[in-house]
Structure formats: structure tokens, C-alpha cells
Design a protein around this ligand. Sequence first.
Ligand SMILES: [Mn+2]
Length: 310
Amino acid sequence: MKIVHSYNQPDIDGVSCMYAYSQLLNKQSEKADYFIWDMPKQEVNIICDMFGITLNNINEEIPGDNEIVLVDFNALNQTHSSVKPEKIIEIIDHHSISKDLYNYKNIQRIQIDKIGAAATIVTERYKNSGFIPSREVAILLFYGIISNSINLKSNNTTKRDIDACKWLKSICTDISEEKIKDIFIRKSYIEDKNLRFEMECEIPNVFPKCKTIIAQLEVANLEKFLLEKKNKIISIMKDVKNEKQIDFIFINCIDILNGYTIIFGVDEETNKFITKIFEYNFNENNVIKIDKVIQRKELTAILSKNIYKY
Ligand SMILES: [Mn+2]
């Protein structure tokens, strides 16, 4: 059997790819299922609740003999230890290629395209195979693309993402634009106890001379959100900085409804570091505001390229 799997605590793109691709393989007469490790992101629950979709196989072990397909990621340090490199036979992804890839000895097929969402690739697999996605598959793939591409506004959005969304909308009448706004607003109600989890600030970028973390938040009506939560966010960043011995920690916040970005660091030293590396200027509120969507992966790429300036 083939098990379709994504990274730890997957977002809606990862979940939609697992769900949809395992169903497509079954339609193509291959035995397949999916496996979700650790609780998915809050957005996944919002979408599943809204459309009455039930997910299975959360937090269960992958039985040993199965072949594994990775979706929406290709680096093994982000997942469960039962995922062995020699079991991996296929990858569908849109992130940068990791060094792990060279250890996957039994891999038969790799498709890694620099586009808005991995769900776009799975949508295209359906389109090319002639199989029509089920209602649940169409809904999950659609919102997977919308979420990862920040409603098709992110810099990595391509015509392929836009076309995939159009096609999914044309085959499923439950998909609607108003629900996008609804999902984004519901996603922005973050309780303080979940704030650190939603900030995704646990994995450092390690450079020879320093350790950094870029946290991120995607919410609707960001400026209003920050009036209430900015101090709390800074205090979480302070905790993470101390716990993990991080030199510089800062956060990239995206307003997913209105399409702008706000960046700020844990302290003055970090803000100076940000100015040096990214050449952005802080405003009178001591934050950087950019009038378009900048994603964390873009900042990470600039950081790696410019770290020599530090
Ligand atoms: Mn993705």
C-alpha cells in the first residue's frame, strides 16, 4: 500500500494534498491511504467544520511495509521518525529542494515546482488523469491553494495556481469567495494559549556566526490584531530566544485580507540586525510595514543570501 504523508502539524495545503492524492491513487486502482502526524493547524479544523469534512488517521503510526509519498515537503527532519528514507517513492512539493533528497534511494517520481501551493500540482494530476475530484477533495484543494498563496496575492502565485482554483470552482458549487473571507476571519481568533503554536517559532536557522528564528502570523485585520497582541508576541519571542539560545528572533505578520506585511523584532539589537540584512526601515511605531504580501520563505531566502553582511 502507498501512504501519502506530509510534515508535522500540517497546514491546509499539506492536508489537502494527502487527502486528495490518496483518493486519486485509489481511483487509479492503487491501494493508498494518508497519514497525518500531530494535530493539523487550526485553519484545517475551521475548513473541515465549515464543510462537514472528516479526517482520519491522525497521530497513528505508519505500518512498516508501506511505500511512502511525501506531499508539500521534502525534508525529513520535519516529520515522524517512522518515515524512513528508503520507503519514499514519490514527492510532490513546492518548497526548495533539501539535501535529504539524495538519500531517497527508491524514489521513482519527483515533482517540485516553485508555485503557490502543492495542492495546485495535485489538482493538475486530477485534471490530466480525467478523474473528477469528489466534493471534499475539490473543497480541500481549493482552500489549500487559497491559503498558501494568501488568496492568490503572494509573490509565488502563478497562472497555474489561478487556473487550478478556477477549475475546482467550476466543478464544486459549495466553493465560494465569501467563505474565503469567513475562513480568514475565523482563523484570526487566536487565543493567547495557542499564540506560540500559531507563530511557528520553534525551528532555528543556524548560521556559522548566529542563530535566528523568523516567526510568522497570518491574520485578518492585522493592525487591530497587533494593538491587542503585540506585547504578548514580543514576550513569547523573548521566551523562545532564552529557551533556545537564539541571537535574533523576529516575526513576519501578514494581513491575509488586505494584503500587507508587518515585521518587528524581539529587541532593538534584533531590529538593527533586520535593517542591516533586509534594508527595510522601521517606522515611528518601531515596526516595518510593507504594502504587499511578503512570505516568511522569501525572508528566509534573503537572510541566507545576505547573512555575510552580519
Ligand atoms: Mn504548501
